[in-house]
Design a protein around this ligand. Structure first.
Ligand code: F6R
Length: 640
């Protein structure tokens, strides 16, 4: 199978998908955004080469944002290692913030040069990016000319797109007309919130942009839209399955005859054929799918599992499951028990108990545990109750903070601490310098090393406050400061051998029976994803070490997203008192309270989110027919 077959085999014009009666846009789902990006880059590379063979230019419409980064990385690799030339390529970028200086770190001009243009042999005169410095009275004519230039070179052969959570393509926000062309547009609040982290605050995000229009985009001969991650799942579903509407501008692509949406698993999560496949096709009933379907049915009918009937299974597309399992009665009991057996108050295993139906082993009684926490607060936010239990139940618990989390401390907080430090030692020159830098720091300016160090120390002290509260000795608290994070910018480096080595060293020295890691991939900067990759790589590299035979890996979620009941392998209930104790531990992370810098798409404070999610999981268990708990923390086992 060649890399390009996704297009050749699976492409069918809209309205002709057999098993996907709900879908109106051709889409393909990949296991990872990396695999997907390579396939898209291969399609672009092939097009460039075909055009070169025909001695003609290849006109590409390009996007910025997080989605296309790996496509550009792969194109750069193809240029460097396989001789792909961009000498016949002409590019037009979708959009640019307005006003915006081209060399500003946040400008799309800077982005494109950093990720692609600086690294390939494209001719500078062939690069077109809307100009964010254009005077207001000239914007209109500028946009007309941008369109004309595209037309003069024969129109776009290929348009790469991302999708915003508002359903925008380019910066065509809800309300955009199907006939719109390149123009100035006011950005939606949600779009500006999503951009806020890279501008270090919402107030710094421009309110306007210049964008290609819907009609400009739809004139492209081929369109590929990329969407990664759970935060895109809902808008992807609305776009692919909903009706065409100016409220979701990406739905205009339903009427384009050569568009493919390229998705990773998470972004496809809300599509009917993924979320409830039994409604649209015959299914192979794996254990996980059975759970998913039955818990879904129970939720739809608002009935606990044990009350579901044969008739209801048949009515909701699960007749084949009944045929496999016998009857609703037997199936219900089996599923009820499976769910019941995920619940334990002994996350490290219950000593001297029969563990055949428990999520964890009863031996060894005292386990060595490492809790990996991407930022210095995810441990308590996402699994504070379980963390506390593990310590109280006598296990040797190590906490490993993977990154320093320094960029998430505000300048005001840093200044406050620096001033206290200076009051204790009024002569300290280095503290005076830090104060001076903070006071004179301009918007968008990067922190100096000294300021980053101070911010890191603030988070370290907060973490120690929380771990001491849970009575973990300081010697068991590890600050790994993984190098990939230490760029001083929102944009981080890729994971390197050095990061993985640091992780491996800790795992080898502790030789844990349990590793907990954040499987919560929806954080706004992708740090959790990199931290999880670091865990997977370290565990993968060590898997032949004898001690690893006894090591189980548990993934937690919570700060941004939660496991759903069918995904949960271990559910640790909490009493109301334990909920309060967890809350207090989270409160130690004062720099992340109230005016948190990187709020993401959720306005609630972290402790509120955590409590809501833990309460919701308990409610879901209750609705499925389990006992009623105040809160539940949930874990999924990762097999390596
Ligand atoms: C970027 C653009 C936008 C982004 C969209 C998704 O040039 O026009 O439409 O594609 O906002 O952004 P990411 O990929 O960062 O999620």
């Amino acid at each position: 199978m060649t890399m390009l077959q996704y297009k050749e085999i699976e492409y069918k014009p809209a309205g002709q998908f057999e098993e996907t009666r709900c879908e109106k846009i051709h889409n393909v789902i990949f296991n990872s955004s990396l695999d997907a990006s390579k396939v898209v880059a291969a399609e672009i590379a092939q097009l460039i080469k075909e055009k070169a063979q025909q001695n003609t230019t290849c006109v590409l419409g390009l996007a910025t944002g997080s989605s296309p980064i790996k496509v550009y990385e792969e194109l750069v690799r193809l240029h460097r290692e396989e001789g792909l030339s961009f000498s016949n390529v002409i590019t037009f970028n979708l959009d640019e913030y307005w006003p915006m200086q081209p060399d500003d770190l946040q400008s799309y001009n800077h982005f494109m040069h950093e990720h692609l243009f600086h690294h390939v042999d494209i001719l500078p005169e062939n690069i077109h990016i809307p100009d964010g410095t254009i005077a207001p009275e000239e914007v209109y004519q500028y946009c007309v000319d941008y369109e004309l230039k595209m037309k003069e070179v024969g129109g776009l052969d290929f348009q790469l797109l991302g999708i915003g959570r508002t359903g925008h393509i380019g910066f065509n926000e809800p309300g955009s007309h199907i006939n719109s062309s390149t123009r100035s547009i006011t950005l939606d609040h949600l779009t500006r919130e999503d951009a806020a982290p890279s501008f270090l605050g919402l107030e710094n995000v421009p309110k306007k942009a210049i964008t290609m229009g819907i009609s400009t985009i739809r004139k492209a001969k081929r369109i590929v839209l990329l969407a990664w991650g759970i935060s895109k799942a809902e808008i992807v579903q609305e776009t692919i399955e909903g009706g065409v509407s100016s409220q979701v501008p990406a739905t205009y692509l339903q009427e384009h005859e050569n568009t493919t949406f390229v998705l990773d698993r998470e972004a496809s999560d809300a599509l009917t054929r993924i979320k409830t496949p039994w409604l649209v096709r015959a299914c192979v009933w794996t254990d996980e799918l059975k759970k998913k379907a039955i818990f879904w049915l129970s939720e739809q009918l608002k009935k606990p599992i044990l009350k579901l009937t044969d008739k209801e299974y048949n009515e909701y597309g699960m007749g084949s499951l009944l045929v496999e399992e016998g009857s609703a009665y037997e199936l219900n009991i089996k599923m009820f028990n499976a769910l019941q057996h995920t619940i334990t108050g002994w996350p490290g295993g219950k000593p001297n108990a029969d563990d055949s139906t428990r999520p964890e082993r009863s031996t060894p009684e005292r386990k060595r545990v490492i809790i990996f926490s991407p930022h210095p607060d995810d441990d308590v936010i996402s699994m504070g109750g379980t963390f506390n239990r593990l310590v109280e139940q006598g296990h040797e618990v190590h906490i490993a903070y993977q990154t320093s989390g320094n960029i998430a401390v505000s300048d005001q907080d840093a200044l406050r601490f620096a001033e206290v430090a200076l009051s204790l030692n009024p002569e300290a020159q280095n503290i005076k310098e830090v104060i001076q830098t903070l006071v004179s720091k301009g918007t968008n300016e990067l922190d100096t090393l000294a300021v980053r160090k101070l911010k890191g120390e603030i988070r370290k002290a907060e973490s120690l406050g929380a771990t001491r509260y849970f009575e973990v000795p300081d010697a068991k608290v590890h600050f790994l400061n993984l190098p990939f994070y230490e760029t001083g910018k929102v944009k981080k480096d890729n994971l390197s051998e050095r990061d993985v080595q640091i992780m491996k060293d800790l795992i080898e020295s502790v030789q844990p029976h349990q590793i907990y890691a954040a499987g919560d991939l929806a954080d706004p900067h992708g740090t959790h994803k990199v931290c999880l990759d670091a865990v997977f790589e370290a565990v993968g590299a060590l898997k032949r070490a004898p001690f690893m035979k006894d090591c189980w890996v548990w993934l937690y979620r919570g700060a941004w997203f939660e496991w759903q009941p069918h995904e949960i392998d271990m559910a640790v209930p909490m009493s109301p008192d334990q909920v309060v104790k967890k809350r207090k531990a989270i409160f130690y992370h004062q720099s992340q309270k109230d005016n948190v810098m990187f709020q993401g798409n959720d306005a609630r404070e972290f402790w509120v989110r955590a409590e809501d999610r833990n309460r919701l999981t308990a409610e879901k268990y209750r609705a499925l027919g389990m006992a009623e708990y105040a809160a539940i923390e949930a874990f999924k086992r990762y097999y390596f």
